[in-house]
Write a protein that binds this ligand. Structure first.
Ligand code: F6P
Length: 319
């Protein structure tokens, strides 16, 4: 029998639990013995490695977060701790890993494979959707749905009070969540790190709209822009002349029960990951693009800035 383990690394996403559930079920179907590594690479170093069975994943499909925990591990970036991790995996006869994580989480894996021959398949999992080489990362759809519900709710109160709301989304240096949310919620303003902006260029138009009866503004801004959200709200008050509020959605965006799409993508990503490891892919990331699922090398995926869809970016220039 061959042993295979799964771990989550970096920011958790809604969709990890469905992925963990399918990992156990599909591994058993393939006559593999599934293991959990608790708390990411930290757990690999601290030997938090436990055999898993059907009973461990019953009922977790509908839960956000991750049953096996996650962590951002600085220690795993150091070779001596990777040696400890390898020794721990050896005690359980594990030489295949499925890793749910983001760009940063995949960095150490390549070295781990080179040094110790541990085969791996990375499953892109981050609400930021900022991994180069894949159009979709697990968790994005659920996060977008939470943002949508939040903006819809804020719109009600914004309209009642004649206010501007500056709604801040997560995404680190990537404006994907803000761009898509703004486009699909009909926001009046969207600011993202990838696009230079000049607030002054909106002044005349926004003032004219108020004169013509506009009661409220929705501005969706990504956390990575150079200004603080409060500064954008101050601009609405001082230059546009409308009372304003800031709403930082924060970690709400990382929770909630997984959307149907994320449950399905979790199923597909994990199926490919295990099939790839049983086939000829020893060190890869399973990506989803317009051509379908593709195995890509760490070099193709890590450390490169992901470009946002240029077609969607033209939407910003028309705002
Ligand atoms: O990478 C996912 C993410 O949620 C980013 O959007 C955000 O900047 C960061 O993680 C927050 O990290 P933490 O949960 O450590 O505060």
């Amino acid at each position: 029998m061959t042993n295979i383990a799964i771990l989550c690394s970096g920011g958790d996403v809604s969709g990890m639990n469905p992925a963990i559930k399918h990992f156990v079920e599909y591994a058993l179907q393939k006559k593999l013995i599934p293991y959990f590594v608790y708390d990411g690479y930290e757990g690999l170093i601290d030997n938090k490695i436990v055999k898993a069975g059907y009973e461990d994943v019953a009922g977790i499909m509908i839960r956000g977060g991750t049953k096996i925990g996650s962590a951002r591990s600085k220690r795993f970036m150091q070779p001596e701790y990777r040696t400890v991790a390898k020794q721990n995996l050896d005690t359980h006869n594990i030489d295949m890993l499925v890793v749910l994580g983001g760009d940063g989480s995949f960095r150490g894996l390549h070295a781990f494979y080179k040094e110790h021959g541990i085969k791996f398949c990375g499953v892109p999992s981050t609400i930021d959707n900022d991994i180069n080489g894949t159009d979709y990362c697990l968790g994005v759809d659920t996060a977008l749905n939470i943002i949508k519900v939040s903006i819809d709710a804020i719109r009600d109160t914004a309209a009642s009070f004649r206010r501007a709301f500056v709604i801040e989304t997560m995404g680190r240096d990537c404006g994907y969540l803000a761009l898509i949310s703004s486009l699909t919620s009909g926001a009046e303003l969207c600011l993202i790190p990838e696009v230079e902006y000049d607030l002054a260029s909106h002044e005349e138009e926004f003032k004219k709209q108020i004169k013509n009866g506009r009661r409220y503004f929705i501005a969706v801004v990504s956390e990575g822009i150079k200004q603080d959200s409060q500064e954008i709200a101050d601009w609405f008050e001082q230059k546009i002349g409308i009372e304003s509020r800031v709403s930082i959605l924060g970690h709400l965006q990382r929770g909630g029960n997984p959307s149907t799409y994320d449950r399905l993508m979790a199923y597909k990503f994990v199926t490919y990951a295990i099939d790839g490891l049983l086939g000829s892919y020893e060190e890869s990331v399973i990506c989803y693009t317009k051509s379908g699922f593709e195995f890509k090398s760490i070099d193709e995926v890590v450390g490169k800035h992901k470009q946002l869809d240029s077609g969607l970016l033209t939407y910003l220039s028309k705002m």
